[in-house]
Ligand binder design. Structure first.
Ligand code: GLP
Length: 261
């Protein structure tokens, strides 16, 4: 696990966008795994800027999002499909037919899970997977104690996640209690992973993910086993780490990025 601590979330997001843009320029038909949540919003703005100002071309790109709330239609303004359209897809030259978000309103959700796995495999697997981190250490919607080998499945949302995400739904009662999510096993098959976690609310999860034991109680800790996972933090999310002298503190403007080849 490569840990990079930036001064603030802004720089962390620009770094994350650089890693993804580098992959797109090297492999114009790359398969990207995408995430939602507040954390990557700034990263998507940077990708949009790179498209508009520096000709970053998404025309051959395929995307797979991590997860979706059960029961929400793609048009629902809190669905993750809606989020992706608003924050990224409608601002770039991507073919919407090549963008995939699990269908949270599928009539047969188990069939949708199997089909989602099959679509990822048929696309050749994911080249770079972007992740955020829940306050309880979840990745995608893989809540604590799920199998580290899980495939795309339906998860019950934890109390903490319901509380953390309820505000945008107005209240907890109108929030879905389940989600379809890529499994941890699915995520771990991505050839490269970039996880972003910023702010003091993520201190505990970051400590458990990086310095805790590899354990299902912190799903993010699975990344300790990944051969090419980069974790981008800011000063505040990294505040609880003990072994910071072992991590790279990087001024990303000085990097050549060749080491990500
Ligand atoms: C959400 C998403 C995750 C996200 C996490 C953190 O519920 N399912 O993919 O990484 O929780 O969200 P945020 O970035 O808003 O803190």
């Amino acid at each position: 696990m490569e840990v990079i601590i930036q001064d603030n979330p802004e720089e962390g997001c620009i770094l994350g966008a650089k890693i993804i843009a580098k992959k797109i320029r090297e492999k114009p038909d790359a398969v990207l795994g995408l995430a939602t949540g507040r954390t990557p919003e700034r990263l998507y703005r940077e990708l949009v800027r790179l498209h508009r100002e520096e000709d970053l071309d998404f025309s051959q790109i395929t995307t797979f999002n991590l997860d979706e709330y059960v029961g929400l239609s793609p048009e629902h303004d809190q669905s993750y499909r809606y989020f992706m359209n608003e924050h990224l897809f409608r601002h770039i030259n991507i073919d919407l037919a090549k963008t995939n978000v699990p269908a949270g309103n599928a009539a047969d959700l188990h069939a949708e899970c199997r089909d989602y796995e099959a679509r990822i495999t048929a696309a050749g697997g994911i080249d770079v997977q972007l992740l955020g981190l829940g306050r309880n250490g979840h990745i995608g919607f893989n809540e604590p104690t799920g199998s580290l080998r899980s495939r795309t499945w339906i998860k019950i949302l934890s109390e903490q996640t319901l509380n953390d995400n309820a505000a945008v739904f107005g209240n907890r009662d109108s929030m879905p209690k389940h989600a379809v999510t890529m499994g941890i096993g699915t995520i771990m098959e991505a050839r490269q992973i970039v996880l972003l976690a910023f702010g003091p609310a993520k201190v505990r999860a970051v400590m458990d993910m990086i310095e805790g034991p590899l354990a299902a109680v912190c799903p993010g800790s699975a990344l300790q086993e990944h051969p090419r996972a980069t974790v981008v933090l800011d000063d505040s999310s990294a505040a609880g780490l003990r072994y910071t002298d072992h991590y790279r503190w990087v001024d990303h403007n000085k990097l050549t990025w060749q080491r990500y080849d």
